[in-house]
Design a protein around this ligand. Structure first.
Ligand SMILES: CC(C)(COP(=O)(O)OP(=O)(O)OC[C@H]1O[C@@H](n2cnc3c(N)ncnc32)[C@H](O)[C@@H]1OP(=O)(O)O)[C@@H](O)C(=O)NCCC(=O)NCCS
Length: 167
């Protein structure tokens, strides 16, 4: 039987916030700038943590932002309403807790929360080589746009629309 886990939403005032920071810095320090960097604090951010035997074993961090300004384009509107997206900035699960469905559960909870927050879509960028992340995104139905950043940084831009398609 797979060990169980819980997902909770924490903010920076949570008394155990430092445990998330420890997990981030231990498991995936390269993602820390996307949590603490000044430009990633411009919009309201949300944190979901996965707890197993009461320890933080994984997390996902996303911000709700207008669609467009991040890439210096005008904000998109639909019927006069400015559209927002949940942009994932950090996502990792501790090595010894992987392959138990925790990462997928964190993504599913993000999708649910983004819909609740009125977002039009969930967005995420991931470099090539992150096969488990790509597998999760594609399995959940994200659309994928491979692209090259800078000189030769290959990655995939993933987008999941949250509106029901009515044809
Ligand atoms: C991405 C990550 C969070 C996934 O966490 P996880 O808890 O292991 O995720 P899950 O158990 O829910 O699912 C992993 C899936 O990837 C699949 N997978 C794992 N390694 C894979 C590989 N090399 N190629 C293809 N699929 C792979 C697993 O089979 C599983 O799919 P399944 O449930 O359909 O069998 C974790 O691997 C991680 O922390 N990676 C390092 C940080 C990272 O890459 N973050 C993304 C930042 S862009």
């Amino acid at each position: 039987m797979r060990p169980e886990f819980l997902i909770e939403e924490w903010d920076e005032t949570h008394p155990r916030w430092h445990e998330f920071v420890d997990c981030l810095e231990t498991v995936s320090p390269e993602q820390a700038p996307f949590v603490f960097g000044e430009c990633y604090r411009m919009h309201q951010s949300y944190l979901l943590v996965a707890l197993q035997v009461s320890e933080v074993v994984g997390f996902i961090r996303f911000a709700v932002q207008p669609i467009g300004p991040e890439v210096k384009c005008p904000a998109l509107r639909l019927d006069g309403v400015q559209l927002t997206e949940a942009k994932i900035h950090a996502f990792a699960v501790r090595q010894d807790a992987r392959s138990q469905g925790i990462g997928t559960a964190l993504q599913r909870q993000t999708i649910w929360r983004a819909r609740e927050l009125g977002c039009y879509q969930v967005a995420s960028y991931s470099s090539y080589g992150r096969q488990a992340n790509h597998h999760i995104k594609l399995s959940l139905g994200f659309a994928a746009q491979p692209e090259v950043h800078g000189a030769n940084q290959q990655g995939v831009y993933f987008l999941l629309p949250l509106q029901n398609i009515a044809l």
